[in-house]
Ligand binder design. Structure first.
Ligand SMILES: C[S@@+](CC[C@H](N)C(=O)[O-])C[C@H]1O[C@@H](n2cnc3c(N)ncnc32)[C@H](O)[C@@H]1O
Length: 331
């Protein structure tokens, strides 16, 4: 987490005790683990938002940061964060894209927006961000922006609203980013969003090396990645957890279409996704690294690299989620 966000959160949560927010944290955990679409807003009180900020925001920030940090060359100037809650994606985006000039965070929860606005007020780059109430539904029109993010949002919308929203975003965004929990259900929502974005004329930039069908679709496996984050003392107390870190699993897709400005459109259309993407922790045994790689043309393939091969050192350094081969510039 950026030092500025860590400090802002610590300050905002300074008077909160883990035991006090324990019940609210447990309610959030139960809602998110159920995998069911909520029948009522989850962040419906300042207490729920405090619990969210303490136990979920660092994790969603870590996942969105991991996604956006590989896309620096996209240089968006405007950002719209839908279902942005307390602003995790806005913090991640301003760290990844110094090019951002205006940031708008929208959400149905005014409690979350109020909290997010207070946090953002401590940041030199986010102080001018707008936090606007917006309940997404069948009649929503999405305003245009270079970068539109939807982080951990789709699972809280019914399927027709998800579909309509993605259709709107495909028209309104130069770069569309969807991040969901790294569960089979989260992956399926990302896959449906990916299909819809492609159908609407966008190209996939990450994580996939191509915009063709996902080779994992319909199988028992699902595409997901992990971002490690430190747990604060409050986080550990609230969750009754001892480990000082956790791995946030997430699924995602980034798609682009080029923008209204010809020069940006031309440059974006030349950006290529990676040649391949490592889908699991590489396995190293006796001078042999074996990676599971999603490739541009051959689906998911086991890729062994022996010690005698020139790329062995690169294979030793490859991680779950890395591009492969590594010489390819990241998307
Ligand atoms: C799991 S939180 C994610 C928040 C934030 N994007 C993040 O990554 O930390 C889901 C957010 O979606 C918002 N949300 C859910 N349904 C919504 C709707 N119909 N319209 C607007 N916001 C909605 C919730 O209020 C909540 O802030």
């Amino acid at each position: 987490m950026s030092e500025q966000l860590r400090a802002a959160l610590a300050d905002e949560l300074a008077d909160v005790r883990g035991r006090e927010i324990g019940p609210a944290v447990r309610r959030l955990i139960a809602s998110y683990r159920s995998g069911e679409m909520p029948i009522a807003p989850i962040l419906d009180s300042p207490e729920a938002v405090t619990a969210y900020a303490a136990y979920r925001m660092p994790a969603t920030y870590a996942a969105v940061s991991r996604v956006l940090s590989q896309l620096g060359q996209l240089e968006p100037r405007t950002m719209l964060d839908l279902g942005g809650g307390t602003g995790a994606a806005a913090w991640a985006a301003t760290a990844a894209f110094p090019s951002l000039q205006t940031v708008t965070v929208t959400d149905q929860s005014t409690h979350a927006l109020d909290f997010g606005q207070r946090l953002a007020g401590t940041s030199t780059v986010l102080a001018a961000a707008r936090f606007q109430p917006l309940a997404l539904g069948p009649a929503t029109t999405v305003e245009p922006a270079d970068l539109i993010t939807m982080a951990y949002l789709l699972g809280e919308l019914d399927p027709p609203t998800q579909e309509r929203l993605i259709g709107q975003v495909a028209v309104a965004a130069r770069i569309a980013v969807v991040v969901e929990p790294g569960t089979p259900a989260g992956y399926r929502r990302v896959l449906a969003a990916r299909d819809a974005l492609i159908k609407a004329g966008m190209r996939v930039l990450a994580p996939c090396p191509h915009s063709s069908g996902c080779p994992l679709a319909g199988g028992r496996d699902w595409c997901h990645f992990a971002a490690r984050l430190d747990r604060s003392t409050l986080h550990r107390q609230a969750k009754d957890a001892e480990l000082r870190h956790e791995d946030e699993k997430f699924s995602y897709v980034v798609a682009t279409r080029g923008g209204a400005e010809e020069v940006v459109a031309a440059r974006d259309s030349m950006l290529e996704p990676v040649t391949g993407r490592v889908l699991r922790h590489p396995v190293t045994r006796k001078g042999l690294v074996t990676m599971t790689v999603c490739t541009r043309t051959d689906g998911v393939v086991q890729t062994p690299v022996a010690k005698s091969r020139p790329l062995y050192r690169a294979a030793r350094n490859a991680r779950w989620g890395s591009p492969w081969p590594p010489t390819q510039p990241p998307p």
